[in-house]
Design a protein around this ligand. Structure first.
Ligand SMILES: C[S@@+](CC[C@H](N)C(=O)[O-])C[C@H]1O[C@@H](n2cnc3c(N)ncnc32)[C@H](O)[C@@H]1O
Length: 430
């Protein structure tokens, strides 16, 4: 790298977002209209995104891109500020959540009429719960499941391509965790063996959620600018985004930390009968995503030597080869035999493609902000931030700065390894 990456620097960019130590978390979004319609644990802070966009838009005309749009945080903030924005999301279910949230300009009376129609139709339907996957039976009481099933059938019977129909879909999928007596892990995986103390009855949850959505439509719907578009596509190609389009990228890619985005929506997808269980996740979701979890990569679908030989990884060689071989050695020392060596090789190959695609769709100059963390599978430290900056430079960007938000993995109790990690914002320009 031409420019040494100073991992401790606190200068230009810290002055913009200094007070946002929680910028990498979704928690505060649960208090914000529209953002709160679906809890997406992997999301980042809308208020932080607002500060960043405001800063740039005061200086020049700003066009935003979020290549890992998730539940639509950057898109919603861009609309609030009247700034043009494209978002890309590859997870079909998460993309549908984001697209549905962007329908907050729907006429509130039309939405409420559709809610009433679904409730009325549900009252006259016979529940049929035998065909639900096992996971669903483990997560709901029989009476709750019967009631939810009637809502699902009624929604399906009345479904059309109107925005109110789509919002009623969102209303239904967003109450499932509240109605389930199964716990949810911090990373949103459903835990059927962990029972919650309190949960809601389906009708109350459905009515409550529809009131929240109606309230938010009334608050923000009128102010909307319709400047944001969500494309279900792939950040590795940025297909659908014009060349030289954006001058500000705000995003958070999947971390190389084994979080399985496909599994995060297993409950909802099973309930909507889009999948019948875990084994369907690879074909319906994972195959479209950045390879950031070991479940995604097997000896059958990945050839280790071929991946490491890819010219796209040249900027990281020889370090990445040595690290992946070390992970392969470690694998034999652990019971789980996880394919971290394949995951890391594939992750950086995918990210190399992302940076090349970003160079194509970004103007020169552009500013790119990645909220990102490093990782240490099997205790082997992966210099994610440094490698990410190296790939950005190889793609044609020119300067870097890393703004640390917080340390991770420093409370050693019950940890699998003791490698200190951090999370922060990688700012790339050029
Ligand atoms: C950290 S989350 C982003 C969350 C987002 N900032 C929000 O506030 O909701 C990363 C997202 O990248 C998506 N993703 C993974 N692989 C992708 C790909 N190849 N192209 C586009 N999106 C992808 C995941 O499904 C996930 O929603």
């Amino acid at each position: 790298m031409n420019q040494q990456l100073d991992l401790k620097s606190k200068n230009f960019y810290s002055s913009i977002s200094n007070s946002f130590d929680s910028s990498s978390t979704f928690i505060d979004n649960m208090k914000l209209p529209v953002h709160r319609w679906f809890r997406f644990s992997a999301g980042f802070s809308a208020q932080w995104v607002e500060t960043i966009i405001n800063h740039f838009k005061d200086q020049r005309e700003t066009i935003v891109l979020d290549p890992f749009a998730g539940s639509g945080t950057t898109l919603l903030v861009s609309e609030k500020l009247g700034v043009q924005c494209f978002g890309i999301e590859a997870h079909p279910f998460v993309a549908r959540i984001a697209r549905s949230k962007l329908l907050y300009q729907t006429d509130v009376d039309d939405y409420l009429k559709h809610i009433t129609k679904v409730i009325k139709r549900a009252e006259n339907l016979q529940a049929c719960i035998d065909t639900y996957p096992k996971l669903i039976h483990q997560c709901f009481s029989i009476s709750s499941l019967e009631s939810l099933d009637r809502f699902r059938q009624a929604w399906e019977e009345l479904a059309d391509d109107s925005s109110q129909s789509q919002l009623v879909w969102l209303t239904l999928v967003s109450i499932l965790r509240h109605v389930s007596y199964a716990g949810t892990a911090p990373w949103q995986y459903i835990l059927p063996n962990k029972k919650k103390q309190s949960f809601l009855e389906p009708m109350s949850a459905f009515r409550l959620m529809s009131e929240i959505i109606a309230t938010d439509i009334r608050i923000v719907g009128k102010m909307a600018a319709s400047t944001a578009t969500l494309i279900q596509s792939d950040a590795r190609t940025c297909q659908g985004i014009p060349d030289n389009f954006a001058n500000l990228v705000i995003t958070s890619p999947p971390y190389a930390n084994n979080y399985d985005y496909a599994d995060a929506t297993r409950l909802e997808m099973c309930f909507m009968k889009e999948i019948s269980g875990w084994s369907d996740l690879q074909s319906t979701v994972r195959q479209y995503l950045i390879r950031s979890c070991s479940q995604h990569v097997t000896n059958k679908n990945v050839n280790f030597d071929e991946i490491l030989a890819s010219p796209e990884l040249d900027p990281l060689k020889p370090s990445i080869i040595a690290t992946c071989h070390q992970l392969f050695q470690e694998r034999n020392l652990h019971g789980g035999k996880k394919n971290y060596h394949l995951m890391i090789a594939c992750y950086f190959l995918d990210m190399s493609r992302v940076w090349t695609a970003l160079r194509r769709v970004c103007k020169t100059p552009a500013t790119v902000c990645f909220v990102i963390g490093d990782s240490a599978p099997y205790g082997v430290y992966i210099p994610v931030i440094e490698w990410m900056a190296t790939l950005a430079e190889a793609a044609g960007f020119t300067s870097f700065e890393f703004e640390k938000i917080r340390d991770r993995n420093v409370k050693w109790k019950n940890r699998k390894h003791r490698v200190p990690l951090c999370e922060g914002r990688l700012w790339v320009r050029g």
